[in-house]
Design a protein around this ligand. Structure first.
Ligand code: SAM
Length: 286
């Protein structure tokens, strides 16, 4: 009966390009997991092993051990069940949240800036990862945030650049940019404000820019890998033509010279069976 009704509605919607579809939460540790503790532990060991390898190559921390990494993975998987922000389409899924949480645990920053927070799911995980950190969360539209879910986060409805947050002497800091603004701009701003550890989402290589409706070009991937092609490029996303400005070769090279280490995180989907968009990168600046 339900199917007949939805077919009837769709027969009206389809001619104008719309479709009624049943929404299903993606498979994640909040709704799908091994009840058997030993089997669950095997996933913890695998994820911690990967995190150790990936994070050691970009964010070095003397305090991280294999045991602390496993503890962090266990807590992360439990937090997924508690997180009050459920379905997060348009924002971070399991892959991003795993790397954001683990990066924050390894970096142990006193100061965190997140630009582009959407429903605040990554913000929630950042606050759990670093309960004592000063967290500034920026978005040009805070209309999707329920502030009651956070204890210490300072939400600001503006672009982070127009707000005077910067790293003070002796402070350890982490910046996360997920606002679809040029990575070139965000990296240079982060450098100017004293941030040396940066996470960047939507870090697409030039030949895959069509994947995103608003790619943050030039991306860190293009900068670090020395993209030397044209300054303008056209691609098509879901039928819409995008004319993208990729900056000048000189500007990209100047910025590349500030980058010390760089890594696009390996997908955790194969290990875990949990998915999500996988274009999150980490870099450190000189
Ligand atoms: C992909 S969503 C962020 C997802 C979120 N970080 C998460 O992990 O779930 C992009 C967000 O960037 C915001 N945005 C767009 N321009 C911005 C700007 N200049 N500064 C801060 N946020 C911006 C949008 O309003 C949107 O909420």
């Amino acid at each position: 009966m339900k199917r007949q009704i939805s077919n009837l509605i769709n027969s009206g919607l389809n001619p104008i390009g719309l479709q009624l579809d049943r929404f299903r939460d993606p498979v994640d540790p909040g709704n799908s997991y091994m009840s058997d503790e030993r089997m669950r532990e095997s996933l913890v060991v695998q994820l911690a092993g990967l995190a150790m390898e990936e994070l050691a190559s970009v964010f070095k921390s003397g305090k991280t051990t294999e045991e602390s990494m496993k503890d962090d993975v266990r807590v992360f998987l439990e937090l997924f069940k508690e997180c009050p922000i459920g379905q997060n389409s348009g924002g971070s899924g399991f892959h991003n949240l795993f790397w954001i949480y683990m990066s924050a645990r390894v970096c142990r920053p006193d100061l965190i800036v997140e630009s582009g927070i959407w429903r605040g799911k990554a913000t929630w995980f950042l606050e759990r990862a670093c309960p004592d950190a000063e967290i500034h969360a920026f978005d040009i539209n805070l209309g999707y945030i329920d502030k009651r879910n956070y204890k210490r986060v300072k939400f600001v409805e503006s672009d982070w650049w127009s707000y005077g947050v910067s790293v003070e002497q002796g402070q350890s800091a982490l910046a996360f940019f997920d606002c679809h603004i040029s990575h070139m701009l965000r990296i240079s701003q982060a450098h100017e404000r004293g941030f040396t550890r940066v996470l960047l989402d939507d870090d697409l290589p030039v030949e895959k820019l069509y994947v995103d409706g608003s790619p943050p070009v030039p991306t860190a991937n293009m900068i670090v890998n020395g993209y030397s092609g044209d300054s303008k490029i056209e691609c098509v996303h879901r039928g819409n033509i995008m004319n993208l400005d990729l900056g000048t070769k000189g500007d990209r090279e100047t910025l590349a010279s500030l980058v010390d280490t760089y890594r696009t995180f390996a997908s955790v989907a194969e290990l875990s069976g949990y998915g999500g968009y996988t274009r999150l990168s980490a870099l450190t600046l000189l």
